[in-house]
Design a protein around this ligand. Structure first.
Ligand code: SAM
Length: 227
């Protein structure tokens, strides 16, 4: 899978070289590409934004500059379909189900907004292009300064689902959010007693049937707002 991010702050993506994601890239399971939007800006100040039509506070990122950047990624891509993820607090709330769907993608292109966001015509236009599937995604009901952190959240949730990325793929089998509203049971390790708090006896019993029942009973069903 190829993961591309277009941003005015490429340095935000340095964590991609760390931990399991860094290792996944070293092993060729993924390839990442960070594109500086300013490389497509013209003018002395290489500015990528302008005042909003209709007036109001703040600045809006220009569609023409975004279009040139996305076209350039598209021109150098081998993918048949590019999933274009536009990060925005007004998008659909990103869930584990989206992560699973995106983990099947050939190439995901993350559009990281800044200021008041990206001119809405960018999403509209690429939504009409056969090669693109456009997703407007929010990582939660709060407002960040930019889409970079949100893109990293989506990337990590997707990449860890790819075959070979996690050391033990069984870790994925019983995770929270695999089924809607399901949260994994509490987990424990050594020592068996810590500061007077014991690990539940059943987990030390060696009785696999009882352990499975305890885990089922202690998995939580929660509302979409969490507990
Ligand atoms: N004016 C916008 C609004 O009220 O919806 C907020 C723009 S925000 C300051 C700048 C950028 O941060 C957005 O274009 C988006 O890329 C990113 N962003 C902020 N909050 C986000 C969230 N919850 N999920 C995904 N992206 C977010």
């Amino acid at each position: 899978m190829r993961l591309t991010a277009i941003t005015i702050f490429p340095d935000y993506f340095s964590p991609l070289s760390l931990s399991l994601i860094g290792k996944a890239e070293e092993e060729g399971l993924i390839s990442t590409e960070i594109v500086n939007l300013r490389d497509f800006a013209t003018g002395v100040h290489r500015s990528v934004d302008d005042t909003p039509y209709g007036g109001g506070a703040g600045m809006v990122m220009r569609a023409d500059i975004w279009g040139d950047a996305i076209d350039s990624v598209s021109a150098s891509s081998k993918a048949k379909i590019i999933d274009l993820v536009i990060l925005t607090p007004s998008g659909r709330r990103f869930t584990q189900r989206d992560a699973v769907a995106l983990s099947k993608a050939e190439q995901i292109l993350f559009a990281c907004g800044r200021y008041e966001g990206i001119d809405a015509r960018v999403g509209e236009f690429y939504g009409t292009q056969d090669r693109f599937r456009v997703h407007h995604l929010s990582i939660g009901d709060y407002v960040l300064n930019g889409g970079e952190v949100a893109a990293l959240v989506v990337m990590e949730a997707v990449i860890r689902l790819l075959p070979g990325v996690l050391g033990n793929p069984d870790s994925l089998a019983e995770e929270s959010h695999n089924d809607e509203g399901f949260l994994e049971y509490p987990v424990y390790t050594k020592p068996p007693t810590w500061r007077g708090v014991d690990v539940p006896d059943v987990l030390l019993s060696g009785n696999h049937g009882e352990i499975a029942r305890w885990r089922r009973e202690n998995s939580q069903i929660v509302s979409s707002e969490g507990s």
